[in-house]
Design a protein around this ligand. Structure first.
Ligand code: FES
Length: 118
């Protein structure tokens, strides 16, 4: 896990303590804006753009492993980016995220599926 700190494909983006339960934080990683959200004790990272209307997901409510788009109410599963309700029909890209101490690291070249890796 600590090799992430020196691996250039991972970028420190925030302090884990900045993201409380059922809250979201928007961070910039290169040319991407990423929404970090914590729910059910897990930290997730997904593109901070709703797939329906191009508004920031980080402005929405986080609850039960999902985030709700504030504009039209589509809810997205944080772990997969999959829309759970209309009007959005397309998923939002997810990214690999790791916490080392109080530091949150992102790898935007890996999807959240990598989070399940040991
Ligand atoms: S802009 Fe997000 S659901 Fe419409």
């Amino acid at each position: 896990m600590t090799q992430i700190v020196t691996d250039p494909s991972w970028t420190r983006v925030a302090a884990a303590s900045q993201i409380g339960p059922d809250t979201a934080l928007s961070v910039q990683v290169g040319d991407r804006t990423v929404c970090l959200a914590r729910s059910r004790g897990q930290l997730h990272a997904l593109l901070d753009v709703c797939s329906h209307g191009q508004v920031p997901l980080s402005a929405g409510d986080v609850e039960d492993g999902t985030i709700e788009c504030y504009l039209h109410g589509s809810r997205f599963e944080l772990a997969t980016g999959r829309p759970l309700s209309l009007p959005a029909t397309q998923p939002v890209p997810t990214f690999a995220v790791r916490v080392v101490g109080d530091d949150v690291y992102l790898n935007t070249a890996q999807t959240a599926a990598a989070n399940a890796a040991p």
